[in-house]
Design a protein around this ligand. Structure first.
Ligand SMILES: NC(=O)c1ccc[n+]([C@@H]2O[C@H](COP(=O)([O-])OP(=O)(O)OC[C@H]3O[C@@H](n4cnc5c(N)ncnc54)[C@H](OP(=O)(O)O)[C@@H]3O)[C@@H](O)[C@H]2O)c1
Length: 349
């Protein structure tokens, strides 16, 4: 470790869905921490939070919060990252940011440790402030499954459709889905504070802002972030993102066209060896990945691995994928980035 001590760590958004998962993962994985600072809005300041048997008090986030902080894990939304990540960098911290604020900025590596760890090799703790971006949750889950196949056969075109859970929109959205479900079953009018439509017993196009090209922002993130991480803007990608009334863990149907024929058996063998991937592909029992398999788990689950019958040259594969987007799609990926930071040597100057 380039630092001569375990890092001083700040969590920005410590009371949120991702922030709470950070705390669980840092404890579970015994991440080395010298001092821990938990930051959220003024609403939460003073709240007590347990971490590894010790009580920590939530502090209000301010520009002065980062003195002495080596590593700042941000998950409080894009506007908070934009407003406060520069102060953390100025104070010398490496920021790992879960929002979309800096993902497409030149000079900000966008990292999934299983996909492109080399892109963060110039950043080290204690060597000056920097920002590393965590990709969008749907992108991370997709790329865990698709990158190993891309490395072997080269993806030419990818068509993805998502089935996204409430937890992807934060703790309040999960509470709204639960409340609406009770209200709908009791025949009451459903409360709609977070989403503009009834969510319980319904589904709708992803709630991110609509773009001039007719795609929503979530869909274009999947396209643009994949191009950045694969260093290949030539791969053709299209996405349709949908919110489904599932509490936790996203699902994705992925259709792939490769540069060369790739058999179903070869695809299955590649995925069976892929880091962070588990197969659930039981045709006899008609059992494939489900959000309930993935909830609370680290791995991304892959199944329905089959030759695409619409591509007669054998260069097409279909997949169905499920991953816990609060975990691998957000907090776990960021903690893995932090683990790379504490294990990698300082860059040569
Ligand atoms: N949920 C996911 O699966 C997921 C996946 C990938 C990325 N992300 C990203 O992670 C971020 C957080 O998402 P989330 O789902 O954890 O949201 P969330 O459950 O709504 O939590 C939001 C957090 O931000 C804090 N916050 C809000 N306003 C603040 C302010 N003015 N100053 C300081 N802290 C403030 C909240 O503190 P209070 O409790 O004090 O309000 C809370 O800790 C977002 O950028 C989101 O896009 C989420």
């Amino acid at each position: 470790m380039p630092l001569d001590h375990a890092p001083n760590v700040a969590i920005v958004g410590a009371t949120g869905a991702v922030g709470q998962e950070f705390l669980q993962l840092l404890a579970e994985r015994d991440f080395p921490i010298n001092r821990l600072k938990l930051l959220a809005s003024a609403r939460s300041a003073g709240k007590a939070v347990d971490f590894k048997g010790q009580t920590h008090t939530i502090e209000e986030l301010t520009a002065e919060s980062f003195a002495g902080v080596d590593l700042a894990l941000f998950s409080a939304g894009g506007s908070i990252s934009k407003a406060f990540a520069p102060a953390a960098v100025e104070a010398g911290a490496v920021v790992v940011d879960n929002s979309s604020a800096f993902r497409m900025d030149d000079g900000v590596p966008l990292i999934v440790p299983e996909v492109n760890p080399q892109d963060m090799r110039d950043i080290a703790l204690g060597e000056g402030g920097a920002i590393i971006a965590n990709p969008n949750c749907s992108t991370i889950i997709m790329l865990l499954a698709v990158t190993p196949l891309h490395r072997k056969a080269g993806v030419k075109r990818m068509v993805v459709s998502t089935y996204q859970a409430a937890s992807g929109a934060g703790a309040a959205a999960m509470a709204e889905l639960e409340q609406q479900t009770r209200e709908a079953l009791d025949g009451e009018v459903t409360t709609q504070d977070i989403f503009p439509f009834q969510y319980a017993f319904n589904l709708f196009s992803h709630n991110s802002p609509m773009q001039p090209n007719g795609y929503n922002q979530e869909e274009m993130k999947m396209v643009n972030e994949t191009h950045k991480m694969w260093h290949d803007p030539g791969v053709r990608i299209t996405a349709t993102c949908v919110r489904v009334p599932v509490m936790r863990a996203h699902a994705e149907s992925i259709n792939l066209e490769f540069n060369r024929p790739l058999s179903e058996a070869e695809a299955r063998a590649i995925l069976a060896e892929a880091p962070g991937v588990s197969l659930i592909d039981d045709r006899d029992r008609n059992t494939f990945p489900m959000p309930l398999h993935a909830s609370g788990k680290d791995d991304v689950f892959v199944g329905r691995i089959r030759q695409d019958v619409s591509q007669p040259d054998g260069a097409g594969i279909d997949l169905f994928v499920c991953g816990d987007q609060v975990r691998k799609g957000a907090a776990l990926n960021a903690v893995q980035i932090a683990e790379l930071l504490v294990s990698q040597p300082a860059p040569a100057t």
